[in-house]
Ligand binder design. Structure first.
Ligand code: DAK
Length: 258
């Protein structure tokens, strides 16, 4: 499928998706969000792809939901179109890992989009924020919930109530991003992590992703039991036999996803 607002490349088992509305700093309009959901469905169905990198430009990952598109909408229109829900659900339900590679602004819906991904690698110029309060609204794609889980109540309140932006160093210190790299190395660094993931057993990757996500949804004891049961279940896959045999034989594993 051809996309108007996304640039997509595939290489070495990895799909690289670039948000591509440069004149609007990649503001997230309904066209872009629809295309993102469609692209993820295509990637999910393609067994040759094991991981996704989602990025923007050096200036902006995404400066938020498209304010110009939203500004005149009524409550009924927003409710009916369910703005953002489809794309958010497409990411939440996506079984392969998605890495957000964030340079420049990740504001409002842009910050929420990055937080929907499995982890965030930031360029040194990244700026994260939930400035919706400046517009008389609030986060609407999980920002108030996910940001609080990432950085704690005090910083989340500070950012949501004052619209203060967090730079990359603070974001790394606070646990919002996994690592910070030079902007010109950002996509290469994210692709390198994605290639590593894509080289592994796709079944084990999906199971590991489900395990970590479960930590947000359950108690510690239930989560530990969930982990143990899934760990046991991995012994049903050929990939477990291959991974351990390859270690013992001192050779690279050849995972088949079976
Ligand atoms: N929407 C539309 N256009 C945007 C935009 C946005 N969010 N952000 C920037 N642009 C456009 C600007 O209007 C400008 O367009 P032209 O004037 O050239 O036509 C162009 O991008 C370049 O922006 P600036 O000229 O402003 O560039 P600066 O470097 O001076 O400033 C900035 C960059 C990122 C600091 C500034 O553009 C800015 O403050 N942007 C707005 C950031 C913001 O408030 N983001 C939050 C948006 S509200 C929902 C769920 C979620 C949401 C809504 C509903 N439901 C479940 C229903 C989410 C809401 C949001 O994200």
């Amino acid at each position: 499928m051809a996309y108007e607002t996304l640039l997509i490349e595939h290489a070495d088992g990895v799909a690289l998706i670039r948000l591509n509305r440069p004149k609007a700093l990649n503001a997230l309009n309904s066209e872009l969000l629809g295309e993102l959901a469609a692209a993820l469905a295509e990637i999910e169905a393609d067994d040759s792809l094991g991981c996704v990198v989602l990025t923007g430009s050096d200036r902006a990952f995404a400066a938020g939901a498209d304010i110009k598109e939203m500004s005149d909408k009524s409550y009924a229109q927003m409710f009916r179109m369910n703005f953002f829900a489809k794309a958010a659900q497409a990411i939440e339900g996506f079984r392969k890992p998605i890495i957000a590679a964030v340079a420049g602004y990740a504001l409002g819906g842009g910050c929420e989009l990055a937080m929907l991904c499995d982890f965030i690698i930031a360029g040194e110029n990244a700026k994260f924020g939930q400035p919706e309060i400046n517009l008389g609204v609030s986060p609407g794609i999980g920002g108030s919930q996910r940001l609080t889980r990432f950085v704690g109540k005090s910083k989340a309140m500070d950012m949501v109530l004052t619209a203060r932006q967090m730079d990359a160093a603070e974001a790394e210190r606070s646990g919002l991003v996994s690592r910070v790299v030079a902007v010109d190395k950002l996509v290469d660094e994210a692709l390198s992590a994605a290639r590593k993931i894509a080289s592994l057993s796709p079944l084990a990757v999906m199971v590991n992703k489900e395990m970590v996500n479960q930590a947000y949804e359950t108690t510690l004891s239930a989560g530990v039991l969930f982990e143990r049961r899934l760990f046991h279940s991995l012994f049903a896959f050929d990939d477990q036999k291959e991974g351990m045999a390859a270690f013992i034989d001192k050779r690279p594993a050849d995972f088949k996803g079976s």
